[in-house]
Every structure is written in C-alpha cells, then in structure tokens.
Design a protein around this ligand. Structure first.
Ligand SMILES: Nc1nc2c(ncn2[C@@H]2O[C@H](COP(=O)(O)OP(=O)(O)OP(=O)(O)O)[C@@H](O)[C@H]2O)c(=O)[nH]1
Ligand SMILES: [Mg+2]
Length: 244
C-alpha cells in the first residue's frame, strides 16, 4: 500500500535475465509506495518470470524484443507509466531501500538522479580493482569531453523524470546504456544530481558483463557521442547561415 505522500507516481524498471534466485531478495527491498514495477525479461531460460509474478501479482512483464541490457531498459522505459522512472538491477546488487534517496533528489529539483559508488556515503562490495580502474578512466574521459563532474560513469542505479525520455533518446543495446544516459542527460542540459549508493555483490548466478568487451563499447560510445555533437553543431550552423 502507498504510504509516501507523493503527488507523482514512481515506476521501477528491472532488467532481468535468469535472475529467478535473486528476485525474492530484490523485490523484498522495494518500498511499498512504488506505483508500478516492470520486469523486462531477457528471454530467461529459468523461472524468472514465474517467480517474479508470484512475488508481485501486480507486476508488469515486458519481454524484450532485442538483446542486451540497453535494449531491455529502453523497452522497459517505453512501457513505464510513472512520472518518475527508477532503474535497478535484478541480481541483488542494487538495494531498493535506496530508491527514496533518488526520488527525493528528483522531488527537490533534479531532472536526473545518478547513482554513484564513488562519492562519500557510497561504495561497492562488488567492483574488482580492474573494473574500478577502467571505470575511473572512462569517467575522467567523459568529464573532460563533456564538461561533466561525474564520479562514477558505469553504474546501473539511476532515476529520472519520465518527461525527459525524449531528450535521452536512447538507442543502444548493451551495457553502454548508463554511459549513454549520462552523456545525453548532460548534453540536454538536464539538472543532474549524484546520489551516493552502496553496491552489493550479486547474490546468485554469474555476471553478464565482460570487462574488456563492454569497456570498449563504453569507450566507443563516449567518442561517438562527441562526433554526434560536432555533426549537430555543424548542421545548426548551416541552418543558421541558410536562414540569415
Ligand atoms: N533483460 C535483460 N536483462 C539483462 C541483460 N543483460 C543483463 N541483464 C540484467 O541487467 C542487470 C545487470 O547485469 P549484470 O550481469 O549483473 O551486470 P553488471 O551488474 O553490470 O555487472 P556485475 O557488477 O558483474 O554484476 C541484471 O539484472 C541482469 O539480469 C539482457 O540482455 N536482458
Ligand atoms: Mg550485477
């Protein structure tokens, strides 16, 4: 039952591929005042969907049509009906009890609330030294190229007002989705607030992320978005010149 006195509604989007064993833990952390939970199933071969539905009869299930976490989130966001959309993982690493911090940041004026493990109050039980180094380098590069002041680029716990979905214009398939969101949010001039978050270890099962392969996808995204920005600038200048 809803107990928080919000005037807006909150959807939680959970991408899940073979996470049946983790879902009882994940759903147990979700606040009672969430209006909608959408599980985006990546064609799981275990009981993910059945377990999820049994845990939450009000659950909405979206079966993704493509592949990858990016595709899953994009399709889940499109299906969400809430004023606010929160994205969390289904492996037990993101704690639903932190959702209130994200929603509060948005209610206080942020457009985009970005989780960070690397600011005071945040942390990780999960990230390896090599991934931590890679993330730090990619974060630094993004900050340099886009003038942002992010402390943690590649983290999957974020929330935003659904009205900004068009500005984010998401069009990627893989784990680079968080990077794309962070860059596009900044480029769209959204008010971004970082929210300290503590990442826990995956409870059961194996990670789908491959540090080198997915790190390179993130790097390509960072560089490609810079080219997109340059192309857009030239196009705008041409349009101005033609109009003058
Ligand atoms: N629907 C769907 N969900 C996915 C897909 N790939 C990953 N996920 C989910 O996305 C979330 C994050 O994936 P993980 O494999 O834990 O990767 P990660 O959290 O980035 O990496 P770790 O820190 O190693 O756990 C989990 O809930 C996965 O089940 C996919 O292709 N489709
Ligand atoms: Mg994980």
């Amino acid at each position: 039952m809803r107990s928080a006195p919000f005037t807006f509604s909150v959807s939680v989007v959970v991408p899940a591929m073979n996470e049946a064993e983790n879902l009882p833990h994940v759903f147990a952390t979700l606040p009672s005042w969430i209006d909608e939970v959408i599980l985006v199933d990546g064609n799981s071969t275990d009981d993910t969907v059945a377990v999820a539905k049994a845990l939450r009869p009000d659950l909405r299930v979206v079966t993704q049509t493509g592949r990858g976490k990016g595709n899953a989130l994009t399709e889940g966001f499109a299906a969400a009906t809430g004023d606010i959309i929160v994205m969390i993982d289904a492996d037990g690493s993101t704690d639903g009890r932190e959702i209130i911090s994200f929603v509060t940041a948005l209610a206080e004026g942020a457009d985009f609330a970005k989780g960070t493990r690397c600011a005071p109050g945040g942390g990780s039980d999960d990230i390896s030294p090599i991934r931590s180094l890679g993330n730090a380098m990619l974060t630094k590069l993004t900050n340099r190229l886009y003038g942002t002041r992010y402390t943690d680029l590649c983290y999957g716990y974020n929330a935003f007002w659904a009205r900004h979905l068009d500005a984010l214009n998401l069009d990627c398939d893989g784990f680079e989705i968080e990077t794309l969101m962070n860059i596009r949010a900044a480029q769209a001039g959204l008010v971004i607030r970082e929210v300290p978050s503590h990442e826990r270890s995956r409870i059961h099962g194996a990670s789908n992320l491959h540090a080198v392969r997915d790190g390179l996808r993130v790097l390509r995204t960072i560089l490609r978005e810079r080219d997109r920005r340059a192309t857009r600038r030239v196009k705008l200048q041409r349009e101005h010149a033609t109009a003058a």
